[in-house]
Ligand binder design. Structure first.
Ligand SMILES: [Fe+2]
Ligand SMILES: [Fe+2]
Length: 333
């Protein structure tokens, strides 16, 4: 695409739409306003309004303008745009005009959508959609690991929900994984860790819904129904032909504790990745409101985990605490 010399002030408020994105819109009735850059006056002028019916000639013209880098949309239309792109996530990889914060929003929305569908019905077809979005996100992050900061800034707070808890565990755990691997990090491990973190709790879908939706603390016989979610999660993924090491460790070991006080095995012999997921999972559980506990702030939650050295791996919990103390992700509550 040719790049027009667009003044900075304009690119703050508008962005050049890429050809791939334009192609993905309904061509006769684009869902948002188009603007055209007029080189002679160095200004944008309105071209069409959202929902207008374009003629054949206009459709051709918008294509030409787009290929010349002169077709723009308003950043204030970001919600419409992101709603549209969220179902074709690979487009974020080809669009050079989105800001990184906008891409992070879109990626997390896509994950939310795909994960909700899969947790509702954990079958192959829905797993495939989720899997391909995870591939897009890991590709995006792999190209610049600093982008992970923007994902962590968007952690879900407030009321607990399974999918938000899983997404938070994914963001925190993946950051911990990258930090602890350092130079040894390989792309395949990164991708597998991402999938494993996101699906560590998939077995929860097999737990009776009245237990999950209870707003009062669980009775002890109800609590007994929770531990099997670890093995059930592993079985679900195994059925979908996903049974690599990190996935097995994430599903089976995330509730095990170093002193043997965890479940389901009460094991003290926990894999390194299992210990990492345990920290990411416990942290994520603490920052959302549960029937039995109010949400904690990020710094407080990380600090609490470092104080439980006998149960949680201090190498991971201290890394997390260090990041919140130094505001590595920006200032967070
Ligand atoms: Fe769990
Ligand atoms: Fe969890």
């Amino acid at each position: 695409m040719a790049t027009a010399a667009v003044p900075d002030k304009i690119s703050e408020e508008y962005y050049q739409i890429s050809e791939a994105i334009l192609e993905s819109f309904p061509k006769y009735r684009p869902p948002l306003d188009f603007f055209v850059f007029k080189t002679d006056i160095a200004q944008l002028v309105a071209y069409s309004r959202k929902g207008d019916r374009l003629s054949n000639e206009q459709v051709e013209e918008t294509r030409r303008l787009c290929s010349e880098g002169d077709l723009f949309v308003a950043r204030s239309d970001h919600p419409i745009y992101s709603q549209h792109i969220v179902k074709q996530l690979d487009l974020v990889l080809v669009d050079q005009n989105l800001k990184e914060a906008e891409v992070a929003d879109i990626c997390l929305r896509a994950l939310d959508l795909r994960l909700a569908d899969f947790l509702e019905q954990p079958v192959k077809a829905l797993f495939d959609f989720l899997y391909s979005d995870i591939q897009v996100i890991t590709e995006y992050l792999w190209n610049d690991m600093h982008r992970m900061r923007l994902f962590i800034r968007r952690l879900h707070r407030g009321e607990y929900s399974l999918q938000h808890h899983c997404i938070n565990t994914f963001c925190i755990g993946l950051w911990l994984f990258v930090e602890s691997k350092g130079e040894e990090l390989r792309r395949k491990d990164f991708d597998q860790a991402a999938l494993s973190l996101l699906l560590h709790d998939v077995g929860m879908v097999k737990i009776p819904s009245f237990i999950l939706s209870k707003t009062t603390p669980l009775k002890s016989e109800e609590k007994d129904k929770i531990p099997p979610h670890t093995l059930l999660g592993y079985k679900i993924m195994h059925k979908l032909d996903q049974s690599f090491d990190t996935l097995r460790q994430a599903t089976l070991e995330h509730h095990e504790r170093l002193d043997g006080s965890g479940y389901p095995q009460h094991s003290k012999d926990i894999s390194s990745f299992g210990r990492l997921v345990a920290v990411a999972d416990a942290f994520s559980a603490m920052i959302q409101t549960r029937p039995y506990a109010a949400a904690k702030d990020c710094l407080g939650a990380a600090r609490e985990l470092t104080e439980e050295k006998n149960r949680f791996d201090f190498a991971y919990s201290s890394k997390l605490l260090g990041a919140f103390i130094s505001e590595a992700f920006g200032r967070m509550k």
